[in-house]
Ligand binder design. Structure first.
Ligand code: MN
Length: 292
């Protein structure tokens, strides 16, 4: 796959994501990015063969061996995606907020257990396991620890691209029955929540700890994003409050009018004028809607 697909899907003058670059050497890092795109999911990435092999996990990884988590293999990502956290602007592929949910190192495990335990394997074994669709590995992350397997499903469904895998925790001392990923909602890099990364919540702290080390292009994008946010906030803060007050006044007036109309309606209801009654009702409803 290399990085052609990654490149084809993105416009690097618009997204702060790193450009495609194949690394000659691989260390063994992994990252899990929480990604609020069209649908919230977690991206699980293993550094391997000069890229980040990537899977989108809708429910996120689990430390409970009973959870077999669907993991859709997606395009390889460049290794520099490893610590990417921020906002992919609207209109771009994967638009939304990205948080570094976990990171650390991984180790391939030998496909054949010794005395019922998995032992460290080699790089070549890892590549072979990946190709075969049964990759076993050990994670040393901040949140994810212990032995896991990624197993490709044999879908007989016509049109299946063969990209469906299962991410499964193996039994070991790190397993956590009933693991709840929702309990961990901060970045392991910046401690920010999704709302803080996404700019839904503003704070001086949030502005100062934004990563500013991704070069001029990203700095420009960042400046634009911050400016946009400031603008948003000022339009939200200033004209809305006084407006709300006038609305409050209007509401009183409208209620008074509606009551008057109702009175009138009741007075005239002796003569059956249904269509008129309906329009009056509609008007009252509209007035109420306007007021709310
Ligand atoms: Mn994603």
């Amino acid at each position: 796959m290399a990085l052609e697909e990654y490149k084809r899907k993105r416009r690097f003058e618009e997204t702060p994501e790193p450009p495609p670059k194949l690394e000659k050497k691989s260390s063994h890092r992994f990252v899990v990015q929480k990604h609020r795109a069209t649908r919230l999911h977690y991206d699980f990435r293993l550094e391997m063969e000069g890229v980040l092999k990537s899977w989108a996990v809708p429910k996120g990884p689990s430390l409970d061996p009973a959870d077999k988590r669907l993991a859709m293999q997606v395009e390889d990502h460049p290794v520099s995606y490893f610590d990417f956290e921020g906002i992919i602007p609207e209109g771009n592929y994967g638009a939304g907020t990205v948080m570094v949910w976990d990171l650390g190192t991984w180790q391939p495990l030998s496909p054949v257990p010794v005395n019922g335990k998995y032992v460290p394997g080699t790089e070549a074994e890892a590549s072979a396991m990946l190709a075969k669709g049964d990759l076993k590995f050990r994670l040393k992350g901040k949140r994810l620890k212990g032995d896991f397997a990624l197993v490709r499903m044999h879908s007989r469904r016509p049109g299946s691209k063969g990209t469906e895998w299962l991410l499964i925790k193996k039994h070991d001392e790190y397993e956590v029955p009933g693991y709840d990923i929702e309990q961990y909602d901060t970045s392991v890099l910046t401690k920010r929540t999704m709302a803080e990364i996404g700019g839904d919540v503003s704070s001086a702290e949030w502005k100062s700890d934004r990563p500013a080390s991704r070069g001029t292009l990203k700095a420009l994008w960042l400046a634009k994003a911050v400016a946009k946010l400031d603008q948003k906030q000022s339009t939200k803060a200033s004209p809305q409050r006084p407006q709300r007050n006038t609305e409050g006044k209007n509401r009183e007036e409208q209620t008074a009018k509606a009551v008057a109309k109702l009175d009138q309606k009741q007075r005239t209801s002796a003569s059956p004028q249904r269509p008129q009654g309906n329009t009056e009702e509609k008007k009252t409803r509209k007035a109420k809607l306007r007021a709310s």
